[in-house]
Design a protein around this ligand. Structure first.
Ligand code: C2E
Ligand code: CA
Ligand code: CA
Length: 558
């Protein structure tokens, strides 16, 4: 075993050697990286020095020179030589400085060139890529799209830009364009590029989005940028924008062609007053226009309170007595056709009107049902989106107070998907609802992601078994086992059970036998208008009163 000190020095030495080798390699690399003329000069210089050295050694040059100088002191040759030496050192310093200067010069020129190139590719006002850069980038993107990708080109044209210039001056117009450019750039982010073609015309290129739904969402977000006015100096300036879009997927097209298509779509959107955007592709455009029309109708229906509550009975399976009603939204189109809630509820969530929709429906239902004979329960559907609103309990309470509907007669139906997003927030809201006296049912049970934790930790009163399990209960052994399991689970947790989608008496009997207490479905009654339900309830009430009277009189006669 060598001495530790020795080991230490050996290690140190080897580190130094390694360091030197690394440096040497770095120098060698730096040398080979030099520009060829510089390298050649250095090689020539080194060769010259080597030759001078060899010659000096061969002829003992230095000794000869000193002897000569000493012998001829009177010529002052040594002083002259010293002066020459100092001069050459000065020359080296001078050369170094010149070299440095020319390097900096070069750098400045490269930077200027870069700036010029960038200026040629960018719009000076907004800093966005200009038409030239757009064409280059688009050509590249289209090459990729030709072999199995997608490129969407959207041309955006501001709607009331000219009046802004006329009214507030060109500086304000410029400021507005900069604001619009920034907003567009922020919205598009890394998913594509935004270019300005001059004037108030912008082009957005989106990569890889061909799905119509994703595209529509994107377009909606782009057009939403113009919903709010822009703050320009002391003024709030409102401009709209019309968008025309074209998609190239798995096809070889040119930038000119796809821009032309997007322009055609833009033109159509403007001329035909079709709203804020339009697609070049016909099939796509038809779907988009249909959807936009539906969105418009839905907004209008919510605003004018044109969505009506329908009521479907909730029945006690043992006694067949109706104890409550589920409130279901119905939207009738101008042409008299009903739109399925499955499509408009989702849309209402997307366009942000689900809150208004729910409270409108609830208000109407509470007013209609408040005085119904028998004071039945009302069960309303609460969207997952609403379960993220901490003000939900207060808002519900406000409607109840306003309409004079007792909270104890209200039930909220929550779907499982609402619980996954933010469990703690959802729980806080459900707990406050429960504290108000509102009952809570877990809807569509079995289709979502409910865990035992959800069932145990959230304040549910009941579970609604999804109709997919109920409907094949009779012929499907698996569904039977599953429903039986849910029944056992609910009993264990002290929760009531409601079976949805009961369409036959056989199904109702089977469920009652398994141990399910309540149910709902076409067998007991389809959703009906408030007026129909009210008449039914009055008839039932009258029949009950007549029966009581009959009993009383037969009792008196006996
Ligand atoms: P849901 O909450 O599961 O409501 C029950 C749906 O099943 C209703 O469809 C009802 O008409 C239907 N149904 C009832 N019994 C039977 C039956 O025996 N057989 C069959 N095949 N179907 C039956 P509807 O009214 O079309 O509503 C569909 C969904 O739309 C509802 O499912 C609910 O998730 C949603 N929805 C409806 N109105 C509202 C609302 O006001 N707010 C919210 N957030 N969602 C609503
Ligand atoms: Ca429901
Ligand atoms: Ca349901």
């Amino acid at each position: 075993m060598p001495h530790p000190l020795l080991q230490h020095y050996v290690a140190k030495l080897s580190r130094t050697a390694q360091g030197a080798a690394v440096q040497l390699r770095a120098h060698a690399r730096a040398f080979t990286n030099l520009a060829p003329p510089v390298r050649n000069d250095l090689i020539a210089l080194a060769a010259f020095a080597a030759i001078a050295y060899i010659v000096s050694v061969q002829f003992n040059l230095f000794e000869t020179l000193t002897a000569f100088l000493r012998a001829n002191e009177s010529h002052q040759a040594d002083e002259i030589l010293t002066a020459v030496l100092i001069l050459s050192i000065g020359a080296i310093v001078f050369a170094g400085r010149r070299l440095n200067e020319s390097v900096r010069d070069l750098e400045r020129r490269v930077a200027l060139e870069e700036k010029a190139r960038s200026a040629a590719m960018h719009d000076a006002l907004t800093g966005l890529p200009n038409r030239r850069k757009l064409n280059v980038a688009l050509a590249e993107a289209l090459t990729v799209a030709a072999t199995g990708g997608a490129v969407t080109v959207i041309v955006a044209d501001l709607d009331r830009f000219k009046p802004v210039n006329d009214l507030y001056g060109h500086a304000a117009g410029d400021a507005l364009l900069v604001e619009v450019a920034n907003a567009l750039r922020e919205e598009v982010g890394d998913d594509g590029m935004v270019a300005r073609l001059g004037g108030d015309e912008f082009v957005i290129v989106l990569n890889d989005i061909a799905e119509i739904d994703a595209l529509m969402e994107r377009l909606a977000r782009l057009s939403a940028i113009f919903d709010a006015p822009f703050a320009i100096g002391p003024n709030l300036v409102s401009v709209g924008a019309t968008l025309g879009a074209a998609v190239a997927a798995n096809e070889a097209t040119t930038p000119e062609e796809i821009l032309r298509r997007a322009d055609v779509a833009l033109y159509r959107a403007k001329q035909e007053g079709r709203g804020r955007f339009s697609f070049f592709e016909e099939a796509m455009d038809a779907r988009v226009q249909e959807r936009l029309e539906l969105e418009r109708q839905l907004r209008e229906a919510v605003a004018s309170d044109a969505i009506t509550p329908f009521y479907q009975p909730l029945v006690d399976l043992k006694t067949s007595v109706t104890y409550g009603y589920e409130v279901l939204s119905r939207l009738r189109r101008p042409d008299g056709r009903d739109i399925a809630p499955e499509s408009f509820i989702h849309m209402a969530e997307e366009i942000g009107v689900i809150g208004d929709l729910t409270f409108n429906i609830l208000r109407r239902a509470c007013r209609e049902a408040r005085d119904w004979p028998g004071a039945p329960l009302l069960s309303v559907n609460i969207s997952p989106v609403q379960l993220r609103d901490p003000m939900l309990p207060q808002k519900l309470m406000q409607v109840l107070t306003e309409t004079g509907f007792p909270p104890g007669r209200l039930q909220a139906e929550i779907t499982e998907s609402a619980l996954v997003a933010d469990f703690d927030e959802a729980r806080a809201i459900l707990v406050s609802l429960r504290n108000l006296g509102v009952r809570i049912a877990l809807d569509d049970f079995g289709t979502g992601y409910s865990s035992l934790r959800h069932l145990r930790e959230l304040p549910f009163d009941s579970l609604k078994i999804d109709r997919s399990f109920v409907q094949d209960l009779i012929d499907n052994a698996e569904s039977q086992t599953l429903v039986q399991t849910i029944v056992d689970l609910a009993r264990n947790l002290g929760l009531k059970l409601t079976a949805e989608g009961i369409e036959t008496p056989t199904c109702a009997q089977a469920l009652e036998l398994i141990g399910c207490e309540t149910g709902q479905g076409f067998w007991f009654g389809r959703p009906a208008s408030g007026e129909t339900v009210r008449r039914q309830l009055i008839e039932v009430e009258a029949a009950r009163e007549a029966e009581a009277l009959r009993r009383e009189s037969s009792h008196g006669a006996a």
